[in-house]
Design a protein around this ligand. Structure first.
Ligand code: FA5
Length: 354
């Protein structure tokens, strides 16, 4: 204590007020009272100027220490309050994920389930696994080389028009894009098998694809395909046709037939389009199949030797077939969904049916 001013008492008083403060608002108020411009400590500091030098030095030191102590007490209490308030806020906003609200979709007995497209992908995988295929996946963002070049579609090839592409980056060192089909996964698999020395290949590759297609009853801009690739010794077109036929009856049932029609794909030779009986009109003709009675499910053919060359497989030693078809299209046929856009509208009444 110096002179008439009891600095220790001021600090004790401040400590009491600081400890009693219980919220951000209160501590702000207390801070103004105990250390603001009008506080007793600030006023005492201002009065130092009129004191004689010896007394000023002594009181000045005491006041400096007192103000430092008060600031430290304030800061420590502020952080305690901040922590307590944040904890209370977090406890109040905690989500109880186990809570059952009667009458809502999330209640027991009405738990969510896989989307129809995911169910269809799983069912297709099951059929192919049953036929001896394994399942692989590849990236959705591809380079020009994987999506086109390695598949025998060089830049400016007219066949690029078959796939209206979303490009992410155009140009050097290479364009990147959202894959327009699952065929680039064939290239990844063959490259890897050559690298690891693990030929033959018997794989299916499901995944999401992107095209600048205008959505309609049979098309979406984001859709799904499943690719198939067999590379082995002595594989013929008859193996391909047999695989397609076995798949069609196993997946759609005995009353749905398949047919292959000559077609062109740069990465297969010969190539075919693979169609199945329209399950909506059972072949009679309807809006979904454009009155033809058939729905195109995908493309297929024998792996073109140019594709083998691009991944370093000896086409004199190995042959293979590939196919790729729409998963959404399969879901549509299997469940007689007249308009594919229903799959992406997220109408819970529609989705709950599957
Ligand atoms: C291809 O994409 C070839 N990669 C298929 C292939 C693979 C041929 C291996 C030969 C060897 P295509 O563009 O025809 O071919 O598409 C194949 C199938 O994908 C179509 O028949 C259809 O079932 C589905 N599909 C294509 N575009 C869409 C779309 N916009 N919306 C929904 N499904 C689509």
């Amino acid at each position: 204590m110096t002179g008439a001013l009891d600095v220790d008492a001021l600090v004790d008083e401040a400590r009491g007020a600081i400890e009693a403060a219980d919220s951000t608002e209160e501590i702000r108020h207390v801070a103004a009272t105990v250390s603001g411009k009008k506080s007793a400590l600030a006023e005492a500091s201002r009065a130092l100027g009129s004191m004689d030098p010896e007394a000023r030095k002594e009181l000045g030191r005491e006041l400096h220490e007192a103000r430092t102590t008060v600031e430290e007490l304030l800061e420590s209490r502020r952080s305690e309050i901040r922590f307590a308030e944040l904890s209370a806020e977090m406890a109040a906003s905690r989500l109880d994920l186990t809570e059952y609200v009667p009458g809502t979709v999330a209640g027991p007995g009405s738990r969510g389930h896989l989307h129809l497209v995911s169910q269809t992908r799983d069912a297709l995988e099951d059929v192919f696994v049953g036929m001896g295929f394994d399942v692989a996946e590849g990236p959705e963002i591809e380079t020009d080389w994987y999506n086109f070049g390695a598949l025998n579609i060089p830049p400016a090839h007219p066949a690029r028009g078959m796939w209206d592409t979303f490009y992410l980056h155009l140009g050097e060192p290479e364009s990147t894009l959202l894959r327009t089909h699952t065929s680039p996964v064939q290239i990844h698999l063959m490259e890897q098998a050559v690298l690891d020395g693990t030929l033959p290949i018997h794989s299916v590759m499901p995944g999401r694809c992107y095209r600048r297609d205008t959505p309609d009853a049979r098309h979406l801009a984001v859709f799904h395909q499943i690719e198939g690739l067999v590379v082995d010794r002595g594989i013929t077109f008859a193996d391909l046709a047999g695989t397609i036929e076995t798949f069609t009856t196993a997946y759609f049932g005995p009353d749905i037939h398949s047919r292959l029609r000559p077609a062109y794909f740069p990465f297969t030779e010969p190539s075919a389009e693979f169609e199945v009986t329209c399950a909506i009109c059972h072949g009679g003709g309807c809006r979904t199949c454009s009155q033809t009675g058939w729905i195109e499910l995908g493309g297929c053919g024998m792996v073109d030797p140019a594709v083998f060359a691009s991944v370093g497989i000896d086409a004199d030693d190995w042959t293979g077939f590939a196919f790729g078809f729409g998963i959404d299209r399969c879901a549509q046929m299997r469940h007689q969904i007249a308009d594919m856009r229903a799959l992406i509208e997220n109408d819970i009444r529609f989705l709950r049916q599957f």
